[in-house]
Ligand binder design. Structure first.
Ligand code: 5GP
Length: 216
């Protein structure tokens, strides 16, 4: 995922804009290419940040604390649930994942735009409290290709891949309430599509109300 923590980035010190930031929630079954698409679009859009989630999952090789996730213990995660830290949280494959509501609010109020990587259950919960979010679902090109990609990931055992496949099929059913769908046939086109969604949403009249007021 995008490198650069919410809290430590120099970019976050100043207020970026008078407008409230927007946020895009990306969901996809594993193997759909979500991480590569997010990385690609974040490179193209320097004003958009990646929302770093909290998780109790141990880091995978190459993952860094504060960049890919905040890796915390289950005990710490549960404490944060009680304290009301999370705008949403969910359990995936025995591990807990959550989005800090406070960090999210701070960024949006500063006019920063965010990309969040959240599974459909968490996304649905977030939508209840933040219906103004933009919800994007990424699909692999086909079911056969999804199977191939799940096998190629390499860092998991067969049984885990099988579970991910079953789960992926369940997650895809949730697509009906998302605003946009991107089919990841070609990584470059998928990145362009996500960028186009962002640009179109930034151009909505309602979002530019303050600017328009100056002309009235
Ligand atoms: P992974 O362990 O492969 O990085 O992620 C497993 C799943 O957790 C993915 O579906 C990913 O979208 C989801 N996930 C990552 N961060 C969050 C979060 O903050 N909240 C929720 N609900 N799911 C998350």
């Amino acid at each position: 995922m995008q490198k650069g923590s919410w809290m430590n980035s120099k970019k976050n010190v100043a207020k970026d804009s008078d407008e409230q930031g927007l946020f895009i929630v990306i969901s996809a079954p594993s193997g759909a290419g979500k991480t590569s698409i997010c990385k690609g679009v974040l490179k193209m859009l320097p004003n958009v940040r990646f929302s770093v989630s909290y998780t109790t999952r141990p880091p995978r090789p190459g993952e860094e604390n504060g960049k890919d996730y905040y890796f915390i213990s289950k005990q710490e995660f549960k404490k944060r649930i009680v304290e009301g830290e999370f705008a949403e949280w969910a359990e995936n494959y025995g591990y807990l994942y959550g989005t800090s509501g406070k960090a999210m609010k701070d960024f949006l109020e500063r006019g920063c735009d965010l990309i969040l990587d959240i599974d459909p259950r968490g996304a649905k919960e977030l939508m209840k409290n933040y219906p103004e979010g933009i919800f994007v679902f990424i699909l692999p090109p086909s079911i056969d290709e999804l199977k191939v990609r799940l096998r190629r990931r390499g860092f998991e055992e067969k049984e885990v891949i099988e579970r991910r496949y079953k789960r992926a099929m369940g997650e895809i059913k949730e697509i009906i309430w998302y605003d946009y769908v991107i089919v990841n046939d070609s990584l470059q086109i998928a990145i362009d599509n996500l960028r186009s969604i962002y640009v179109a949403e930034k151009s909505r009249r309602e979002r530019l109300a303050e600017k328009i007021k100056d002309f009235m």
